[in-house]
Design a protein around this ligand. Structure first.
Ligand SMILES: NC(=O)c1ccc[n+]([C@@H]2O[C@H](COP(=O)([O-])OP(=O)(O)OC[C@H]3O[C@@H](n4cnc5c(N)ncnc54)[C@H](OP(=O)(O)O)[C@@H]3O)[C@@H](O)[C@H]2O)c1
Length: 280
């Protein structure tokens, strides 16, 4: 099974396309001739990217501004595309964000919004889109999880749990539809320089001190290996050799040993975070 061949009445719906990994995946798909539907909240950015992709790659690039954490807006996405004469052949669930810090210092509404975006939207959009793919016996789904999916992560407890959900859900979905013409891949990036840290109130500089350089992978590389992996019908894509070694180790290490270590090293926990807070 490979990526469906592009057709004028089909589209690749990419959530989180206004920035970072999602924008890079949209660029990668368009460069391979796929029409794209760009979804996020910041319409101006989507419009700019749609213009770029249509001009550079001569593909149909649609924009739908949508808060994927809002069930009503999500429910309108596929009907809106059907009205434009488009069915979804490729679904990329990329929209997501993290909070940083201990649960006891967190804002409950922020944590729930993260679960709605990272988990609820993935389940909702997969359920809505995969039914049509199975009926047509063609389709591909790329769900963006994280290397944080492979073990609990103190300092980002809700985020890592949300990505563990995405990984588990994606693997099960793949097994369900694999012999029905639909391919499903989980993408688990390690650190990628995007607006991700900034969206959580951190700078890349905050993280660069604690996250070793060999783990960082450029968004364009993540997008290329992700779309290659989807096209090659791979269950799991972890970009970067160092990340693959670390995730294997994380899966094997006993949590009783691993989690206190991770808690000590997380920049949003313990003495390191108190120093950051005190210095402003
Ligand atoms: N960067 C990393 O180190 C890293 C590592 C592993 C996994 N990931 C995952 O990769 C994915 C993309 O992150 P990124 O690194 O590219 O971060 P980013 O640059 O901050 O991009 C996040 C994207 O998600 C969209 N988004 C967030 N909330 C949304 C909502 N409620 N409705 C619609 N769109 C929403 C944002 O668009 P708007 O703000 O315009 O809505 C933006 O396009 C996320 O799922 C993240 O968890 C990132």
């Amino acid at each position: 099974m490979t990526l469906p061949t592009p057709r004028p009445d089909r589209t690749s719906l990419v959530t989180g396309a206004s920035s970072g990994i999602g924008a890079a995946i949209a660029r990668e798909l368009a460069s391979r001739g796929h029409g794209v539907t760009l979804v996020a909240r910041r319409r101006d950015r989507l419009d700019a990217l749609a213009g770029e992709l249509a001009a550079r790659h001569h593909v149909r690039a649609e924009v739908v501004a949508c808060d994927v954490a809002d069930p009503d807006q999500r429910a309108r996405l596929l009907p809106e595309l059907a009205e434009r004469g488009l069915a979804v052949d490729v679904l990329v669930n990329d929209a997501g964000f993290t909070t940083f810090g201990p649960v006891h210092g967190a804002v409950a509404e922020d944590e729930v919004a993260m679960v709605r975006t990272n988990v609820e939207a993935v389940v909702d959009l997969c359920t809505r889109a995969v039914a049509g793919m199975v009926e047509r016996r063609r389709g591909a789904v790329l769900n963006v999880a994280s290397t944080a999916a492979f073990q609990p992560l103190p300092g980002q407890a809700g985020y890592a749990a949300s990505k563990a959900f995405v990984l588990s859900y994606t693997e099960a979905l793949r097994a369900e539809v694999h012999d029905r013409g639909v391919t499903v891949t989980a993408l688990c990036p390690g650190p990628v320089a995007t607006e991700f840290a900034q969206a959580a109130g951190w700078s890349d500089a905050d993280l660069e001190g604690v996250v070793p350089r060999p783990l960082w992978v450029a968004p364009e590389t993540v997008a290329r290996v992700a779309v290659d992996g989807l096209d090659a019908d791979r269950a799991l894509v972890v970009p970067g050799a160092a990340n693959r070694v670390l995730t294997t180790a994380a899966r094997l290490a006993p949590h009783a040993v691993l989690l206190p270590l991770l808690a000590r090293r997380h920049p949003a926990l313990g003495r390191r975070a108190e120093r950051t807070t005190r210095s402003g």
